[in-house]
Design a protein around this ligand. Structure first.
Ligand code: HEM
Length: 451
C-alpha cells in the first residue's frame, strides 16, 4: 500500500493500488497490506473461488465473494469453527508452558464455548448465554451509554478548546465500550483498570504474531481475570443480582424439549470462557467501529452536516460505517471434508478465512461499494457481524453504542477536525482492524464548552 493517506476506508474510487507484485507477493501479515487490504480483496474477488495464501508454511484460503462467504458461514458442518482445536496448542512449546502456568497459578481450564465450537455444543452455549444477554439487558444499558458518550464528548470539547488535538482512540473509543461491558458485568469503578488489562490480554494473540513470552504474559492477566470473575459468580449463588453474571448462573435448557441438546447448566469454567468471549469479541471491535465512524464523518462533510441537523441519522451512519470498515475483517474456519468454493477445491482440514470485510464491498451486491452512503438500500445486508449460527451475540449492543455515539456527536458538536489523517496507521493484525490513533480537535455547538 503506497501511501498512508490511502489508509482510510472509503472513497468514491477503488481503495488504493496494490503493490507491483500484485497478489503474487500477497502476505496476510505484511504491515503494509494490513494498512489497507481492500484493493487486494477486490483483486481476489475477480476470480471465482478462494484465494490461497501461505502463512508460516500453512496454506490459508481466503473467501472474499459475498455469496461464498454467506454460504460458508451458514454451513458449520462443512466449515467448522474448531480452528483452535487442541486448546493450548497441544505439544507446542507455548502449549506446554501455558499449561504449566495455568497449573502453577490456579487458572481455570480454558474451554471452547461459542467462537470455537460447532453445533450442537455451540447451540447449548448460545441458548444459555441468550438468557443472560437479553434484548432487555442490552436496552437497560442505553442511559449508561448515553451518559458516558456525552461526558467523553464534553471532555473532548474542553481538552481541545485551545486547538491542541487529543487522541480520539485513547480518550473516547477505547474507554467507552470497556466501561459499557464492565457495567453489564457489574465491575466496580476501582477494578476498571484491571478489567481493561484483562480485556486487552484476551485479544493479544488473535491474528497477531506476538512472541511466546508475550502470549504467556497475556495468560497471566487472563488467570487474574478468571479468579476475579469466579469469585463474583460464586458470590451470586447466595446473593443474586440483576446482572449478566446472575443470568449466566441461572440459565437453563428445558430438558423436556428434547432437541438433542445437552441440558446441563453451565460450569464455572464455561461461564468464565463466555465472559471472556464477550470481552474478546466486544471491546476492540466496538473501539474500532467508533474510530472508523468518526473518520468517515469527518471525511464526508455532507453526511456530517446531515447528522448535525438530524441526529437520528446516527443509526444509518453506524450501519454504513460497519459495512465499510468491518472491525472483524474475517474469521477462521476449518473444512471438515474436501469441498468446493467456486473454482477452488479445498482439501479436508483446509484452513479458511471468511473475509467479511471483502464481502461487504462485493460489487455484485453494492453499487459503488467503496463509497460511504448511509442511505443506501442494501446496507443491512453487510456481514460485519457474521451470519448463521455464529452471528454476533453482541450485535444489538454494538449497534446501540454506535448509534448513540453518532447521535451524541451530532447533537453536541459543530465541527470535527482530524489532524493526523495523512499519517493514520492501522494496528497490526489481520482479524481485527482499526486505527492506532486519531488526533482530533472538536468544537461544541453554540460555543458550548465541555468539562
Ligand atoms: C462493532 C462491534 C462488533 C463486531 C464488528 C463484531 C463482529 C462479530 C463477528 C463477525 C462475529 C462472528 C464470528 C464468526 O463468524 O465466527 C461475532 C461473534 C461474536 N460476538 Fe461480536 N462483534 C462486535 C461486538 C460485539 C459485542 C459488543 C459483543 C458482546 C458484548 C460481542 C460478542 C460476540 C460473541 C460472544 C461472538 C461469538 C458468537 C458465536 O460464536 O456464536 N460482539 N462478532
Amino acid at each position: 500500500m503506497p501511501s498512508n493517506a490511502q489508509a482510510n476506508n472509503s472513497d468514491d474510487v477503488p481503495a488504493a493500488a496494490i503493490k507491483d507484485s500484485g497478489l503474487e507477493g500477497f502476505n496476510l501479515f505484511d504491515p503494509e497490506v494490513q494498512q489497507c487490504p481492500h484493493a487486494y480483496y477486490a483483486e481476489m474477488q475477480k476470480e471465482s473461488g478462494a484465494f490461497e495464501t501461505d502463512v508460516f508454511g500453512t496454506p490459508i484460503y481466503l473467501v472474499t465473494r459475498y455469496e461464498d462467504v454467506a454460504t460458508c458461514a451458514m454451513d458449520p458442518s462443512t466449515f467448522s469453527s474448531r480452528f483452535d482445536a487442541g486448546g493450548m496448542e497441544g505439544n507446542s512449546e507455548y502449549g506446554r508452558r501455558a499449561q504449566e502456568l495455568y497449573d502453577a497459578e490456579g487458572g481455570y481450564e480454558r474451554i471452547g464455548t461459542m467462537l470455537t465450537v460447532d453445533p450442537p455444543e455451540h447451540t447449548r452455549y448460545r441458548r444459555l448465554v441468550s438468557q443472560a444477554f437479553t434484548p432487555r439487558a442490552i436496552a437497560q444499558l442505553e442511559p449508561t451509554i448515553r451518559d458516558l458518550a456525552g461526558q467523553l464528548i464534553d471532555q473532548l470539547i474542553s481538552a481541545t478548546s485551545q486547538g491542541k488535538p487529543v487522541d480520539f482512540v485513547e480518550e473516547f473509543s477505547v474507554p467507552l465500550p470497556v466501561a459499557v461491558i464492565a457495567k453489564a458485568l457489574n465491575v466496580p469503578e476501582d477494578r476498571l483498570a484491571d478489567f481493561k488489562r484483562w480485556s486487552d490480554a484476551s485479544v493479544a494473540g488473535i491474528g497477531t504474531n506476538i512472541s511466546i513470552d508475550e502470549r504467556l504474559a497475556a495468560d497471566r492477566e487472563i488467570i487474574q481475570f478468571q479468579k476475579y470473575f469466579a469469585e463474583q459468580l460464586e458470590s451470586r449463588r447466595d446473593s443474586p443480582e440483576d446482572d449478566l453474571l446472575t443470568g449466566l448462573l441461572n440459565a437453563t435448557i428445558d430438558k423436556k424439549a428434547d432437541e438433542g441438546i445437552d441440558s446441563t447448566p453451565l460450569e464455572i469454567a464455561e461461564m468464565l470462557s463466555m465472559i471472556q468471549q464477550l470481552l474478546v469479541a466486544g471491546n476492540q471491535t466496538t473501539t474500532h467501529l467508533l474510530g472508523e465512524m468518526l473518520l468517515l464523518l469527518e471525511e464526508h462533510p455532507e453526511e456530517w452536516s446531515r447528522l448535525i441537523s438530524d441526529p437520528q441519522y446516527g443509526s444509518d451512519v453506524a450501519d454504513e460505517a460497519l459495512r465499510l470498515a468491518a472491525p472483524t475483517q474475517g474469521m477462521f474456519r476449518v473444512a471438515t471434508e474436501e469441498t468446493q468454493i467456486g473454482s477452488t477445491t479445498l482439501p479436508a482440514g483446509a484452513r479458511v478465512v471468511l473475509v467479511y470485510a471483502a464481502a461487504n464491498r462485493d460489487p455484485e451486491v453494492w453499487k459503488n461499494p467503496d463509497a460511504f452512503q448511509p442511505t443506501r438500500d442494501e446496507q443491512a445486508k453487510h456481514l460485519s457481524f457474521g451470519k448463521g449460527p455464529h452471528y454476533c451475540v453482541g450485535a444489538g449492543l454494538a449497534r446501540l453504542e454506535a448509534r448513540i455515539v453518532a447521535e451524541e456527536l451530532g447533537k453536541r458538536l459543530s465541527a470535527i477536525s482530524v489532524t493526523n489523517r495523512t499519517k493514520l496507521r492501522y494496528l497490526p493484525g489481520f482479524v481485527l482492524r482499526g486505527p492506532e490513533r486519531i488526533d482530533v480537535v472538536v468544537k461544541g455547538k453554540g460555543g458550548v464548552s465541555g468539562g
